[in-house]
Design a protein around this ligand. Structure first.
Ligand code: ZN
Length: 347
């Protein structure tokens, strides 16, 4: 093995990512070295590419970005047991501490000291990634590298969708980005009766209908009240999954929920946004904020569902070799794509 590798790096504090040659990371005793096969491009990576305020305040430069990956273990730190060279894997990109009250209670995803690979620490847009063995999630043979590379966002969708019991419930999802679309597929798989997904982007609504058995609604042309009548909902939707961060979408969700409805929020509004709290109080609505994936219960559930027929493969709409990464980022920025996957093998 050489000690140099190809990587995509935020080299300069301005728009863009740069292809660089970087040293292969040296692993610590509790880490493994993963040879990356496929990576997914995330909305977070677009923020970093664009170098918006969030990125400029969060990401130190230089930084190898990327956190959605599948690959195989090629080296084990000396303290690592229970993993083998050659094991195919994905992994949790949130690096957590073990001393907080939450971690010691086993709620690892709530550790306040969480650091993200590709954001705060060297990431996965590289031929090799050093990762704590604790974070490794082995992949069964039935899960391809393409799907392995999008388990991180699928995990966001699963964590959000499984926040509340969906069996027999009518579910409203606002925001038909890739995570909203995958959440729709998960909600159907989990036994929801009707799943309605809203957006104002016709390409994304068309993709939603292709990936999952859902009723897409373009709220620019159609009212949710009419859709409720069509589906014969007596009072409204039971559960809302907010995936857009859009204030109007949240308003429409509250408006169209039953008394005592439940909302899981994953979408991130830009800055502070006005909320009609009195309506939420009088409707006795429960709201839950969702962060990341439950470590590792979400991973367990999503792999089990993938093995039991959950199919999100069509959410991947574009594949590029990493040498064409600029085309991959352009597809993401077009607003017309689903997930974009980069191939790090060969070339
Ligand atoms: Zn992501």
């Amino acid at each position: 093995m050489t000690n140099e590798m190809k990587a995509l790096e935020k080299t300069h504090p301005r728009e863009g990512l740069w292809r660089v040659t970087a040293p292969v990371p040296e692993i610590r005793p509790d880490e493994v070295l993963i040879k990356i096969n496929k990576t997914g491009i995330c909305g977070t990576d677009i923020h970093i590419w664009n170098w918006d305020d969030w990125a400029a305040h969060t990401v130190p430069v230089p930084m190898i970005t990327g956190h959605e990956f599948a690959g195989e273990i090629v080296e084990l730190g000396r303290n690592v047991q229970d993993l083998d060279i050659g094991q195919r894997c994905s992994g949790e990109g949130h690096l957590i501490g073990k001393t907080s009250r939450q971690s010691r209670a086993g709620k690892f995803h709530l550790d306040p000291g969480t650091r993200g690979i590709g954001v705060n620490e060297q990431g996965a847009f590289a031929e090799y990634l050093a990762l704590p063995a604790f974070n490794v999630v082995p992949l069964p043979d039935t899960i391809s590298d393409d799907i392995g590379a999008i388990l991180d966002p699928l995990g966001n969708a699963v964590h959000t969708a499984l926040s509340f019991d969906l069996l027999g419930e009518d579910v409203l999802i606002t925001g038909a980005g890739p995570i909203g679309i995958m959440a729709a597929a998960v909600a159907r798989h989990a036994g929801a009766r009707h799943v309605v997904i809203t957006d104002v982007n016709p390409d994304r609504l068309a993709l939603a209908a292709e990936v999952a058995d859902v009723r897409p609604v373009n709220v620019a042309d159609e009212s949710l009240k009419d859709v409720q009548a069509e589906l014969k909902l007596k009072q409204g939707f039971d559960v809302g999954l907010e995936m857009s961060g859009n204030q109007q979408a949240l308003d429409q969700m509250v408006e169209n929920l039953v008394m005592g409805g439940r909302i899981a929020l994953l979408g991130i509004p830009p800055g502070k946004s006005p909320v009609d709290w009195s309506r939420i109080v009088f409707k006795a609505i429960t709201i839950k904020g969702v962060y990341g994936r439950e470590i590792f219960e979400t991973w367990y559930k999503m792999i089990a569902m993938l093995e039991n027929g959950l199919d999100v493969s069509r959410v991947i709409t574009h594949r590029y070799h990493v040498d064409e990464f600029e085309a991959g980022f352009a597809a993401m920025k077009s607003g017309k794509s689903g997930k974009v996957v980069l191939d790090w093998t060969g070339g």
